[in-house]
Design a protein around this ligand. Sequence first.
Ligand code: FAD
Length: 526
Amino acid sequence: MAALLSFLLVATVTAPAAAQSQQLGVPLTSKGRFQLESAAKPQTTQAQALQRCLAAARPSGAGSLSVTFQDDAKGYKLLQTRNAQLRGSRIMPLAFVQPASAADVSAAVRCSVEAGLRFVARNGGHNYEANSLVGGGVVIDLINLQELKIDSKANSMTVGAGYRLGSLYSKLTLLGYVLPGSTCVGVGISGLTLGGGIGHATRALGVLADSVLAATVVLANGTVVEADSKSHPDLFWAIRGGGGLYGIVTSWKFKLFKAPKQVSVVRYRFREKCTEAKYAAVLGAFNAWQPWTLPKEVALAEVQCGYDSLQAQFWYWGPMSEANKTMASSPVFKLPNSYPFIHKEYSWADFVAQRMTNLHDETDWGNGNLLLSDMLQRLYKERSSFVAASLVPLTPLNSSAVKIIAKFMVQAQKHAFIQSRAWGGQVTAVADDFNAFPWRQAPFECQVYSNSGDARKDRSWVDGLLAAVHPLIGKAEYLNYFHCVNDPWQAYFGPHAARLQAIKKAYDPQGRIGGLYCQQDNIIDE
Ligand SMILES: Cc1cc2nc3c(=O)[nH]c(=O)nc-3n(C[C@H](O)[C@H](O)[C@H](O)COP(=O)(O)OP(=O)(O)OC[C@H]3O[C@@H](n4cnc5c(N)ncnc54)[C@H](O)[C@@H]3O)c2cc1C
């Protein structure tokens, strides 16, 4: 079938000069935040140049060209991001392009460059700060890159960069495979892998980026290359944990793993609300348990406080009899007033079905429901407003840090949660510089999330917590829980920052591809 390249001209909008200078490493404004300039010249000429170039390129031979303006329904839909706080009006891209092959992506890149425009790729649209939109630039939306080839002899798969996890999980699960991706099905395979990728199998199999065998990448000048350990090894290293800053990945080759026979899920809830003292006791017990030292059969171990509840859980790859032994070693599950909310052994298919629906507490979805595409569609459309960030302490928390986190949490528990997930296991089984994912030695990561309905309140709570605890634990953060920071290279890449900056310079010397933008400030008052 002829590939389709559609070009959607969203608007002849303002040229947000400051947005274009929001790249990593560019000094911030005096407020310490990125700012957009409000008015500039319309970019009609650039839009026309882009349109002309794409029409002439017709990379797939028979591609059609459609143009959509700002008030067009399709243009509006394409502006929607997973975080509903980011309404797009002031981070308005000039155009959207929806390529269907690597050759199409290459043409879109070359034409953007020729028109003097910056560009970003978009996959699942889940970036917390809408980094898959670029003010005044071109969004290369990969939704039509949906190739999937599974090689069951080699236990590997090649997957188009437009896939989202739900569709992928449903296919792999039926074949008895597991991919160590995120616990949320709407997340895109590309965004997740580029940032590392943690979720339901991280301790057992490592971060998702560790499973990548090769990738096809369109470089900033439009050249298409294969990246693996021998060809473009630096680029290959960077795209596994270093973000989407060095090229546009059009397909990924992953190692696949056989799914375990069963998963034993142990989830305890505490009867009391998440008070300061109670949360400090649970987080302290989690620390004392040192779940990052457990065998990797404990695929996930976490405690979570928020929305008026407090719970601890782990997922064990094996029978419940073995899970119970592991649980017996944990001080968390011995704390008073807790009760087993879930204590159950699942087949792999049932387990995944539960994770996919996010209805795991209430509903026991069986195998038969696994491929319900309407359910996936509903979940893919889900949006909510939030501000979130992460804490990645490089050593276990001391009691002062636990107290600070507990104090902040309790102030906000009706509209916020903090989820702490142990790392270790397979995450630390490879060398620290195996790929660009920088924080392997961290014992765990905490996601801090607030959705009060008031963006200022959410931001102030998240930033306040981070500022209070950073002096005790350092400023490391996890790229996939991206939020506004003053020194993103350091915060997100730490020991790998210098190498990644050099790779960025070599592969994108003009700084045309994406960036790490802080965009929420620009829409907060709308
Ligand atoms: C509800 C929700 C649940 C989440 N759960 C988890 C979780 O369990 N574990 C976890 O680790 N993370 C999780 N995340 C975070 C998520 O992994 C990141 O937001 C990730 O970047 C989203 O990828 P995406 O493709 O959906 O997003 P997008 O916004 O489309 O892309 C994210 C970034 O990657 C770039 N990019 C995308 N595709 C390409 C490509 N092919 N080539 C080059 N650059 C590209 C974009 O330009 C953008 O900068 C969650 C996010 C949300 C909103």
